[in-house]
Design a protein around this ligand. Structure first.
Ligand code: SAM
Length: 654
């Protein structure tokens, strides 16, 4: 999520109700009528209405330089609503160096009541815009916004690295005028645009600067000068000419997902909301019966002092899950963003918390609090302060799973145990067959294995290295005193505020243990963690009757999930490729993917990973950067063992 560039918020003045950038000395949109300007410059000169009415592929991608107030995005969304086929999907990618604050964007967009429906949805998700990739999904997946926070000239290469060539259908070249913003309008911008364009890709820009025209032509675009909007006499628009390859047709849209936990349900949901027909196979009689069956799961980003893959995935995942939960509209008894205190219980932890708080993260996301403020926030006396995450909270994982799987495009096959997977080659391609004891359970060209520790149980996935980790939760009856607890408290364990008369405490961490019986010693360990965090609360709860639940997490040795397409390990080892081989030439198992190994972080990492996978399968840009994507490569341990580490990064994005 965070890249090495560091963003800063937009500094806005208001000139006659129109936002004006102090950083660039220019207005965000025309004071005549920003809405009509967008319509004229970006929508009309990319011929969007005509193209969308006759849309063949069901999917259209716009990329924009400078998100600003989001006006262009909202106008494109509204036009899409009016003229694109009902099942088609719009993907809008926008890059922004100085995001507007929530208050400023709200004020700017209040100028356009005709965009209220779209605006309100945007504003509900427009928060915590840290550096890097953000994925916002609207209207059940009909509209996707990928916001890249950072400089266009840093972000566009990152987009190009995680997206196959020729995927952008139209460019909105916005950004302040070249005279006031020369750093943005560089030749590299136009060259990167060319790399992502295809024969029908168009562009439009409000400027008619000769330098911009020449640079676009140099990159391979045919450029026309046409009448500009309002007081601007001329503007530029045109089409990419450099490459005559058109967008490839989307894959046949049927998929199978094995596993009815959070990872499988989220994977099915991400494809279903793209219009795919999905069969979700679960061996138990209901969804979410194993590690996703705990009544409560905690949602917060586990941040690290040093920027690393785990910490970035954790933050990106937390933001994605939070937005997704908002969309799913779960009620207060199953999801609560009650806030969480990560308590600094010793000197080391205190130094760590301070270092994290000193990072360039929005204070509405995380801030440092002392023990007085922490006690006030928690509603109980605490000996330590720490990090406060106001929007963190808890969710009922089974309810989350059910909400994700409740989709007209998903068929759930419960009490169906997938034992074997075979590949069927046909004249039109190939498909995957999933077999039960004797019968064929399902067949489809795409198969996602998301069955936690059992994910390695198929011949094709046997090389996956997964480790079971036992975890036991404790449920304690609430007392009058303990009912005062308002936030989650956590260290290496946690306690949640009372839900249905009980507090959930969790969870022990016992690697390589596969028993799920309840153990008194584990209850005691959970209570000992509570004592360290909140002695008074512990005093009040320690004699209460308690029950519990134990389950097996599914972890990996580097604590990162396994996500993506599988390589054929037999073919790979029989004929090892060179370390600089072309990834496209590796023995890929076409259509076979995994989403597993989420350890104890599944609620925050699995939904984002599902979205990454669906983007990968549909040839859309991933919601995370290429480096992080490579860190999740499911073949990484196999490639590492073969001395082919260099192939991991390049093989992840094909
Ligand atoms: N498209 C916007 C809208 O619909 O409101 C208006 C864009 S405003 C004219 C220009 C935007 O480009 C500003 O938000 C500015 O911060 C952004 N910008 C300028 N230079 C940039 C750069 N190098 N990288 C990313 N964003 C940039």
């Amino acid at each position: 999520m965070r890249s090495k560039t560091s963003y800063s918020e937009a500094e806005i003045d208001w000139h006659d109700g129109v936002p004006y950038s102090r950083q660039f000395g220019d207005v965000y949109f025309s004071s005549d009528s920003g809405l009509n300007e967008t319509q004229h410059v970006f929508l009309a000169h990319n011929q969007l209405e005509k193209r969308w009415q006759g849309l063949q592929s069901g999917h259209f991608t716009i990329a924009e330089t400078g998100f600003g107030t989001g006006l262009n995005f909202l106008c494109a969304w509204r036009l899409w609503d009016n003229c694109a086929p009902p099942t088609a999907r719009l993907h809008f990618i926008s890059m922004e160096k100085h995001p507007l604050t929530h208050a400023d964007i709200t004020q700017a967009l209040s100028l356009w009541p005709q965009l209220a429906r779209q605006r309100d949805q945007l504003l509900a998700q427009y928060r915590f815009l840290t550096d890097g990739f953000h994925r916002l999904v609207f209207d059940d997946g009909r509209i996707t916004l990928t916001l890249l926070i950072g400089d266009v000239n840093d972000m566009l290469p990152q987009l190009a690295a995680n997206l196959a060539a020729n995927k952008i259908d139209a460019w909105f070249l916005d950004g302040f005028v070249p005279a006031k913003n020369p750093e943005m309008w560089q030749q590299s911008l136009f060259n990167n645009m060319a790399r992502l364009s295809h024969a029908e890709t168009t562009f439009a820009t409000f400027t008619s600067a000769g330098e911009v025209r020449r640079s676009l032509e140099k990159a391979g675009f045919a450029v026309n000068k046409v009448a500009g909007f309002g007081r601007k006499r001329e503007m530029l628009c045109g089409q990419y000419m450099g490459q005559l390859q058109t967008k490839s047709a989307p894959l046949q849209s049927n998929a199978i997902v094995i596993g009815g936990g959070i990872s499988g349900c989220a994977s099915a949901h991400a494809l279903a909301s793209r219009g795919w027909q999905v069969k979700l196979i679960e061996r138990h009689a209901a969804l979410a019966q194993e590690a996703s069956g705990n009544p409560v799961g905690v949602l917060y980003p586990r941040l690290a002092v040093k920027d690393n893959a785990l910490s970035r995935l954790s933050l990106a995942g937390f933001l994605y899950t939070s937005r997704l939960l908002q969309q799913l509209n779960l009620n207060q008894t199953t999801y609560s963003a009650c806030g969480l205190l990560q308590l600094a219980f010793d000197a080391r932890e205190s130094t760590r918390c301070k270092a994290i708080a000193a990072q360039n993260l929005p204070t509405e996301l995380v801030r440092l609090v002392d023990n007085n403020e922490a006690s006030k926030l928690a509603g109980t006396s605490l000996a330590h302060g720490g990090l406060y995450f106001p929007s963190a909270g808890w969710v009922s994982p089974p309810t989350f799973c059910e909400a994700l799987a409740r989709h007209t495009n998903i068929e759930i096959l419960t009490s169906s145990c997938a034992l074997r997977v075979t590949r069927k080659i046909t004249r039109n391609g190939s498909s995957w067959q999933v077999w039960g004891d004797k019968n064929l359970l399902a067949e489809a060209p795409v198969l996602i294995i998301a069955s936690a520790n059992d994910s390695a149980g198929f011949e094709q996935s046997a090389h996956l290295e997964l480790e079971p980790v036992r975890g036991q939760m404790t449920f304690v009856n609430a007392t009058t005193a303990s009912r005062q607890l308002k936030t989650i408290l956590c260290t290496n364990g946690y306690i949640c505020p009372e839900v249905d008369g009980q507090h959930s405490l969790g969870a022990t961490f016992s690697p390589d243990e596969t028993s799920t019986e309840l153990r008194t010693g584990d209850h005691q360990a959970n209570l000992a963690t509570l004592r360290r965090m909140a002695p008074e609360l512990h005093q009040s709860l320690k004699m209460q009757s308690m029950t519990g639940r134990a389950a097996l997490r599914c972890a990996t040795s580097d604590y990162l999930p396994l996500l993506g397409q599988l390589l054929d390990s037999t073919a790979l080892t029989a004929k090892p490729p060179r370390h600089n081989a072309d990834p496209a030439g590796l023995p890929w198992l076409e259509g076979l993917y995994v989403n597993t190994g989420h350890g104890s972080k599944g609620l925050i990492t699995a939904p984002l990973c599902a979205e990454i996978l669906a983007s990968m399968i549909c040839g859309e840009p991933a919601p995370i950067d290429a480096k992080l994507l490579a860190a999740l490569d499911p073949n990484r341990f196999l490639l590492q063992k073969m001395g082919l580490k260099r192939l991991i990064a390049s093989a992840a994005i094909r």
